[in-house]
Design a protein around this ligand. Structure first.
Ligand SMILES: Cc1cc2nc3c(=O)[nH]c(=O)nc-3n(C[C@H](O)[C@H](O)[C@H](O)COP(=O)(O)O)c2cc1C
Length: 231
């Protein structure tokens, strides 16, 4: 089988995407951000409903949101009053999902030299989410509350398209559900209308190649474990 250059380029854009958790301060051109979002908005959606809405935060706007969230996150009393608006994960974990979840967590923490008893170190690493891992661009995604499960499927395609289009330009990303916990802070800071619900955040920028956390390469199940060919 001979791969065409186009095939190679598309596959590389998809397979070279990894969640990057340390970025350089080098800015991303506004034109690149706009083009990435325009390209991603070509994602399909049921009856072309295009359920996505994105807030692009740079400079002071990004800083202000990070500071507001970190202030709440740093105070356990306040933090306890904030919870996600939708369930991303199952209420009860079962194998094999919980095993994969644990593995990626420990792989990341052990790269960072964080041991199981270092709760403060783990909390500090988690808090880095709220600085968008120092990426110059922070994206906050919302959806109209009226939309149902199908639109969330569409939303995932939009998000993945952003991440792949970013790779095509040598840029990196980290999708971030961590922001959902502080949706009320986000709503207040960004002035979200009542009908908009926070889906997630995303860091966008240039990966810092010197940071150990960026060397994490996550595993995937072999094809035979998730695909069944029937003739
Ligand atoms: C919707 C979504 C939300 C995520 N939220 C976070 C997050 O809040 N913080 C984080 O560090 N990684 C987050 N991740 C990254 C996952 O941990 C990562 O995709 C997974 O471990 C596979 O690794 P890879 O992206 O490097 O292939 C999220 C991924 C997705 C798809």
């Amino acid at each position: 089988m001979i791969n065409s250059p186009q095939q190679e380029a598309v596959d590389a854009a998809i397979t070279s995407r990894r969640s990057i958790r340390a970025f350089l301060s080098k800015p991303v051109e506004r034109a690149d951000i706009e083009r990435i979002l325009e390209v991603a908005a070509r994602a399909p959606s049921g009856t072309n409903t295009q359920p996505w809405k994105v807030y692009v935060l740079t400079g002071q706007a990004r800083e202000k949101l990070s500071e507001a969230i970190l202030a709440v996150n740093a105070d356990p009393e306040q933090a306890r009053r904030h919870t996600e608006e939708y369930a991303y994960y199952p209420r009860e974990w079962i194998s094999p999902f919980v095993d994969r979840r644990r593995k990626v967590g420990w792989d990341l923490y052990s790269l960072l030299g964080l041991t199981r008893d270092n709760k403060a170190g783990m909390a500090a690493q988690h808090a880095r989410n709220y600085r968008f891992f120092d990426a110059p661009v922070g994206l906050i995604f919302t959806i109209d509350r009226i939309m149902e499960q199908g639109s969330w499927l569409d939303y995932g395609m939009f998000l993945q398209s952003i991440m792949v289009a970013a790779r095509g330009r040598g840029l990196d990303t980290c999708p971030q559900a961590a922001f959902t916990q502080y949706h009320r802070v986000i709503a207040q800071q960004l002035g979200l209308p009542e009908n908009e619900m926070v889906v997630c955040g995303m860091a966008l920028g240039w990966a810092d190649p010197g940071k150990v956390e960026n060397s994490l390469v996550t595993e995937r199940e072999p094809l035979a474990h998730f695909a069944r060919f029937m003739e």
